[in-house]
Design a protein. Structure first.
Length: 320
C-alpha cells in the first residue's frame, strides 16, 4: 500500500517480441526502484507478440506484486500500447520506457528528482548521439526534426524519444487527446507543460532485434507530419497555383508568338512532357489529400485504439 506522503510511480513498458530482453530489463529497473522510497507499478503491455513475451510477463507478475501486464488481442502498434498503459496507470507520476534497455532505467531517479522540485511537469530524456545507427538513418532523423519544427505548432526536440516521467496532470491531458491516429512525440509537445531535459548517450539493445525498419520509420515520420501540420496541403495548393500561373504566361507567349511572327505551335515531345508533369503533380496532390482523407476516415469510424484480451489488473479499461 502507498503511504500517506508517498507518491505512486507508474512506468509503462510497450513490448513486442521482447522475451529475451524482459528478464534483463526487470533486473535493472527493480534495482532502481529499490533505491527509491515511492511505491510503484510496472505496466508491461504485450502488443500482440508472437514469441513468449506474454509468458515472461505472467511469470514476473506471479513473483512481484508491482508487475501489471496488459496483453492485446493482436498487434495494435506501439502508440496503442502506450495509450493503453497510460489509460490504466494509477500513479501520481506516469512514465514510458522501452524494454530493450536502450533507455537506461537509472535515469528514472534523476527524472523523479526534477519533478519533485515542483518546477517541472515532465522530465524527458534525449539522445546526444546516434551511435549504432547508419549515417543515412541519422541524416533522415535530423532532417525530420528540422522539417516538422518548421511546419508545425508542436516543437519536437532532436533526439527526444518516449522515455519520460510526467505528473498526473500532464498524463490526464494526454489521455484526453483520444485521437485514433496517434503520434506521441507530437502529443507530448502539443499539450505543453514544463519539461526538464536529460541528455544521455545512445545505448545498444541488451537482447533481441528491433521491430523498426527504415521504411517503418519513414512512414512514422510521415504520420507525424500529417498529424501535426497542414503544410502538405498548403504545398499542394502552392504547386497548383504556380503551375496555373506558368501555364497562363506560357499561353500568352504562344499567342503573341503566333500573332506577330506567324510561328506555328510545335513540339510533340514538349507536349508529352508537360502532360506527364501535370499528371504527376495532380497525382501528388491527390496523394497528399488522400493521406488526410484516410486519417479522417479512421477517426470517424471511432474504432477502439486497443483491445485487451488478458491482464492481471482487477479494474482495467479493456477497450479504449
Amino acid at each position: 500500500m502507498t503511504k500517506k506522503n508517498e507518491k505512486m510511480i507508474s512506468v509503462i513498458v510497450p513490448c513486442f517480441n521482447e522475451e529475451e530482453a524482459l528478464p534483463f530489463f526487470y533486473d535493472e529497473i527493480t534495482k532502481v526502484f529499490a533505491d527509491l522510497k515511492e511505491d510503484y507499478e510496472i505496466i508491461l503491455v504485450n502488443d500482440g507478440s508472437t514469441d513468449n513475451t506474454l509468458q515472461v510477463m505472467k511469470s514476473l507478475s506471479e513473483k512481484d506484486r508491482h508487475i501489471v501486464y496488459l496483453s492485446f488481442s493482436r498487434n495494435f502498434g506501439k502508440e496503442s500500447a502506450m495509450y493503453a498503459g497510460i489509460c490504466n496507470a494509477s500513479g501520481d507520476y506516469v512514465g514510458f520506457i522501452d524494454a530493450d534497455l536502450q533507455h537506461p532505467p537509472v535515469l528514472l531517479k534523476q527524472m523523479l528528482e526534477a519533478l519533485e522540485t515542483g518546477e517541472y511537469d515532465c522530465a524527458a530524456c534525449r539522445r546526444v548521439d546516434r551511435t549504432g545507427d547508419s549515417k543515412i538513418r541519422t541524416w533522415f532523423a535530423r532532417q525530420f526534426y528540422k522539417v516538422v519544427n518548421m511546419i508545425s505548432d508542436a516543437h519536437m526536440v532532436d533526439g527526444a524519444g518516449d522515455y519520460r516521467l510526467m505528473t498526473r496532470d500532464m498524463a490526464d491531458a494526454i489521455i484526453s487527446m483520444s485521437e485514433y491516429n496517434r503520434f506521441s512525440k507530437g502529443i507530448f509537445s502539443w499539450v505543453g507543460f514544463r519539461t526538464y531535459w536529460i541528455d544521455y548517450e545512445n545505448v545498444e539493445r541488451v537482447a533481441g532485434k528491433t521491430s523498426w525498419s527504415f521504411w517503418g520509420l519513414v512512414k512514422y515520420a510521415i504520420d507525424g507530419i500529417v498529424n501535426f501540420s497542414n503544410w502538405p496541403l498548403d504545398l499542394a495548393s502552392f504547386f497548383g497555383l504556380v503551375t496555373t500561373a506558368f501555364a497562363f504566361i506560357y499561353l500568352i507567349f504562344i499567342v503573341i508568338k503566333y500573332a506577330l511572327f506567324g510561328d506555328p505551335v510545335q513540339g510533340w515531345a514538349t507536349l508529352i512532357c508537360v502532360i506527364l508533369l501535370m499528371g504527376g503533380m495532380q497525382l501528388f496532390a491527390l496523394g497528399i489529400m488522400g493521406q488526410y482523407l484516410g486519417k479522417t476516415y479512421m477517426e470517424v469510424k471511432n474504432r477502439p485504439h486497443f483491445i485487451i484480451s488478458q491482464t492481471n489488473k482487477k479494474e482495467v479499461k479493456k477497450i479504449k
